[in-house]
Structures are given as C-alpha cells and as structure tokens.
Design a protein around this ligand. Sequence first.
Ligand code: IMP
Ligand code: MG
Length: 428
Amino acid sequence: MPAVIVLGAQWGDEGKGKATDQIGHLTNYVVKFNGGNNAGHTVVIDDEKYALHLLPAGILSRGVTPIIGNGVVVDIEVLFQEIEEMTARGVDCSKLKISSNAHIIPSYNRFIDQANEKARGHNLIGTTGRGIGPTYADKMNRIGIRIQDLFAPETLAEKVALALAPKNEIFQAVGMDTLDAAEVTQELLSYAERIRPMVSDVSLEVNNALDRGETVLFEGGQATMLDIDHGTYPFVTSSNPTAGGALTGSGVGPTRIDRVVGVAKAYTTRVGEGPFPTELTDEVGEELRTKGGEFGVTTGRPRRTGWFDAVIVRYATRVNGLTDICLTKLDVLSGYKSIPLCVAYEVDGVRTEDMPLDQGAFERAIPIYEEMPGWDDDISQCRSFDELPENAQAYVTRLEEISRCRIQSIGVGPGREATIVRYPLLGE
Ligand code: IMP
Ligand code: MG
C-alpha cells in the first residue's frame, strides 16, 4: 500500500500523532499537507513524550524523510526551535524537506490573529493565535510570502511592504504597535541560508518516490469538522484537513492514493468555540476530561468532551472517502456501567441520520443515543480484538456499523505498542 492519507475524523486531537508515528515507521516519506503550528501531536515512545507542533510526526520514525508540503503555513522561527529541540533529544531532522511553495507566517499575522479575535467580540472562534488564519487569508488574497521569496530579497521586501500596509492600519485602529516592513524583511531573510538546503519541489519528490514503489504517508493536521469547507464554519481552521487537502497540499493526484485512514477517538472532544451536539457540560464530561487527559498540546486549554457522535464520523467517512478508521483511546471508556452512543440527531422534531443542511440546524441538533453496556476490565494490555471484554468488542463493532467504515486498529493506551491492529495497513 504505497500511498496512505491519515487525517482526523472529528474535531482534532484524535491521536493522529500516535497513528502517524505507528504507520510512519513503515513508510519512506511522511508529508504534512495542511495547517501549521496550531497542531499538537503527542507521541510517546519508550515512556518519552514528544510534542510536535509544526514538524510532521513522522520525524520520529527512523529512516523516514519528513516533508512539509505546499499546503502548510510555516512559522520559520518555530520551525527552527522545534528542529533544535528535537535534534537535542536525538531525533534526526537532517532529511527534512520543505516545499518552495509553502507560505510563511510572518510575525505580523500572529498579531492580526489577535486583533481579529478581539474584533469578533463574543463571537470568538477560539483560534490558537498562531497566525494561521491570516496567513491562509493572505495566500488567497495573493499577498502571501512563500518560502521561495526568501531567496529573492528585493521581491521579498516589496511583498512584505504590500502585505503589511493594510495590517498596520488595523494595528493602529485597535491600538496595537505597528511594524516596520524593512525589519520584518530582515528577520525573514536571516533564516534564508539555514532553510535553503531543505527547500525542495515536494510534488516532484513525492511523485518520484511513488513511481519507485516507495511508501508515502500524508499526515493531516486538525480534522474533518475543522475543515474550512466541510467543517462547522465559521468555527473551523483555515485549511483543508480533509482528504482533498492532502492532494492540493502536496501536489499529488487522487489516482495515486491507496488508503484514506480517519483517526477517531472512542468519544468526542473539541477545543475552541463552536457547536458540539454530544458535549457533556456536567461532571461526566469532567470525568472524561480527567481520564482522557484532555488538555491541548499547543495551548494547554481544557478540551470540551462528549460521547461518540456517529453522525459526524459517518460524515467524515463520506467527505474523505475513508477506507479505514483508526479508533483511539478505547481504554478511557473502561469503568462505565453503560456508554451512550449518538446514532442520529433530532432537529426540530425530525430524526436525521446525516449532517444537517445548515449550521443553524446543526446547532439545534439533539443527539439520539443508543445505550451500550460498559466494561470494568483494564484493557490496556490487550493486543488482539479477542482479548477485549465482550462488551468492548460489541461497542467497537457497533461503532464500525454506524460509522460505515471498518475499524482498522484500536488504541488502548498512549504508548506505541498499546494498539490492537485488526487489519494491517502496511504489513505491521
Ligand atoms: P486556528 O487554526 O488557530 O485558526 O484555530 C481555529 C479553530 O481550530 C479553533 O477552535 C482551534 O481550537 C481549532 N484547532 C486548530 N488546530 C487544532 C488542532 O490541532 N487540534 C484541535 N483543534 C484545533
Ligand atoms: Mg492536537
């Protein structure tokens, strides 16, 4: 199976870091195709915890060439900080490649993120404040700064001046400090020589690798429900974390993709604002948060928690064309007498199995639950499906049915080894 897309099937933080690391050590390339340092991937290897924001999780797998595709927005300062930190911990970052077409997050866009959020008043998005949205906006507005611009200082200076002028007006209007275009340009240029050896034609590189029969994993940041087109707009991120984003974000055609793996937690979480039908705002939700360690890797914010919502996972199966689901954190659900499973919504008195047509209806959706019997046993040592308690097996089987996609693997703990692989993707 040479080309595999791994992406989030819910609102993020499904455990994609562990999933990509797990599949990644069997691949030759790992390509990050969207997002930036708003992501937070946690990978635990031999009790050592690695938190990655910008670098692809695949960087932790020996022998893999990690790639940052054109669909990613790159904060160069963060990039080098993360490279230094990982190198100091013995992780080999020397093979890292970056697309010359990837856009850079200039410092002013971090401030714009803050200014925008301030201007929204009580209509907050809850962004991570890393300048992600404004940088994608600049890209679409055709005033973005790309990696390749670092090697043409005069053009860079012009582009920065053009992009910064309207932003300085905003800073002035909201009482924030303005920035100097020449200084911003100099700061960007100071990274040029360090980044030069990493710059590459990612589309060419990845397609050539596929031609040679090598294996490529496309690693999505954020998740389906945060997709700018298919998510809960406007409470979304500004990129396409869905399967289509893997193609445009790396320069690969759809006919080259063999498997699309959606990572889904055995329950649901969300960080930031926006609708969340199965959210538990009571002590049950608090307990899930504590048991699951549901605090953001990037911002440290407590995550909102709720039961598994099959409507959104079924939707993720559809919009991504999922071939497999990688189910994570099943161990967190041990100890419940029964586990509610959302199988449909009631919207204005009508039962609906699919995502409502408009955002207002989604906000009014009331989950319709099926109660599944729980289990008490500690399942963290289980390594095959048959070893799971009967009720846990029944829970997974029911999820599989209503999500309309096979569950390829089941996570039963944070470690690399704490996984039940039901159907090997790459010959694990
Ligand atoms: P932004 O991507 O920083 O603009 O944030 C937009 C929304 O996406 C906010 O609700 C964030 O909390 C959410 N978000 C962004 N990145 C992630 C992620 O990696 N995991 C979960 N939520 C995220
Ligand atoms: Mg995360």
